[in-house]
Design a protein around this ligand. Structure first.
Ligand SMILES: [Zn+2]
Length: 200
């Protein structure tokens, strides 16, 4: 599934939930819903998130970048901070570096909970209490959307590596798949356009 489709679904979910969940409509919550909807694909060197993080977008650089970030975080934690969340962030970065696309950590319930915990801690530290809710919503919708495609996701990693998908899953590269995603994006744009004026 394309990043554009994930982003459209995540932002639409934010629009739907923003007058129902705590925090109401806030630009920062919107940003975190968008990040959550894209984050799982951080394991792909050419994903939208990596467009902004990696200097050169290929697999070798992805591995080097995330391993380095992870080792630096673990070193800083050991020398200066001693914080559980920095340790978790360091180990998570190493796992991002080591996983290939949709084969492990970031496309699992375990990964989703770990990254939501990191966002929750970040939010609490800087007094943005509700951003983790929107990050979580974006993230879980990403996994659900990827389960609509034939490749599926290893939801129960690391307990079980089996890729899970819905019965009527489509191939992302097929004509049907591309058309389905275009219709989804179009519906999301229409929904957001109609919903936006009601939020203010
Ligand atoms: Zn994905």
């Amino acid at each position: 599934m394309t990043g554009k489709t994930h982003l459209s679904v995540g932002i639409s979910a934010f629009m739907y939930l923003s007058d129902k969940l705590p925090g109401k409509y806030a630009f920062l919550s919107l940003i975190f819903a968008a990040i959550g909807s894209l984050f799982a694909d951080i394991d792909h060197p050419k994903s939208i998130i990596n467009k902004y993080l990696l200097p050169f977008r290929n697999n070798r650089n992805k591995v080097i970048f995330y391993l380095t970030v992870g080792i630096v975080l673990l070193y800083l934690d050991d020398k200066y901070m001693t914080s559980m969340v920095v340790k978790i962030a360091g180990l998570s970065s190493i796992m991002i570096g080591l996983s290939s696309h949709r084969n492990g950590f970031t496309h699992s319930i375990f990964g989703m909970l770990i990254f939501t915990l990191i966002v929750l801690t970040f939010g609490k530290t800087y007094n943005f209490e509700n951003i983790y809710i929107y990050f979580f919503v974006g993230y879980i919708l990403h996994l659900i959307c990827d389960m609509c495609t034939k490749k599926g996701v290893p939801l129960l990693y690391p307990i079980n590596n089996k890729k899970m998908k819905f019965p009527l899953a489509y191939s992302s590269n097929s004509k049907r798949g591309k058309l389905t995603e275009e219709i989804v994006v179009l519906c999301c744009i229409i929904y957001c356009t109609l919903k936006l004026p009601t939020l203010f």
